[in-house]
Design a binder for this molecule. Sequence first.
Ligand SMILES: C[S@@+](CC[C@H](N)C(=O)[O-])C[C@H]1O[C@@H](n2cnc3c(N)ncnc32)[C@H](O)[C@@H]1O
Length: 262
Amino acid sequence: MSDAPWTATVLTIFPEMFPGPLGFSLAGKALARGLWRLEAVDIRDFATDRHRTVDDAPFGGGAGMVMRPDVVARAVDAVKARGAPGPSIYLSPRGERLHQGIVRELAAGPGVVLLCGRFEGVDERVLEARAFREISIGDFVLSGGELAAMVLIDACVRLLPGVVGDAASLAEESFAQGLLEYPHYTRPAVWEGRKVPDVLLSGHHERIREWRRQKALEITRARRPDLLTTVSATASCADRTRSERREPSSAAAEKTRAEECP
Ligand SMILES: C[S@@+](CC[C@H](N)C(=O)[O-])C[C@H]1O[C@@H](n2cnc3c(N)ncnc32)[C@H](O)[C@@H]1O
């Protein structure tokens, strides 16, 4: 097994954009400590004309320009030949939508090679020929793949061993167990007349754990019910029954529970 740190190799026509935000806070400190590596490679270095051209007009006509397959292929082949680890990924609005499961998978590997598109995108043939996996960061269109690459890298880096000081915070945060996170509170205990929930001041760890689990379920059910299909339905219904026994719920909530938890 290699001792090399997790490595992000980014193919871009704007290498000066990196590390950018990745040079700050958790990711930046981890980069400085050598817990991960970043190499931003200028795709223009693989152009062959004196203007360092990477794009051309689309066959079939239409607006915009397309990144050339030969130039992109030379760039990805060169970084692979010198050992850039991990799958080749093209950040693309038409890719599979990024989620924490993909982030966990990529963070567990040796690294990623990320292709950042510009213009109208990249010639299809190089995506096929070099077996690029396509990943989208959401259903909207950015002007380039660099910000998407940063999002993906940041999400992976915080899962690498030693990057987040208290690993317990990773185990409890949103998506870690298929749920959104419970609400947080800090001092002052009363602010603008709003009190922190009593249970959090009780010092009773088991009750606090249970309250947080219930809040995570409630918030997930209200905001992202689709996520609950990945959490055991039996467990969630049992939790709801238990909590509603303690805190009688509204008639509407009872009705929903009865429909969802027969
Ligand atoms: C202007 S966009 C191209 C959009 C493309 N013509 C389309 O309609 O799907 C330029 C580049 O930004 C990146 N990009 C844009 N939106 C993205 C998203 N939601 N997720 C990941 N990358 C994105 C891709 O690398 C893309 O090649």
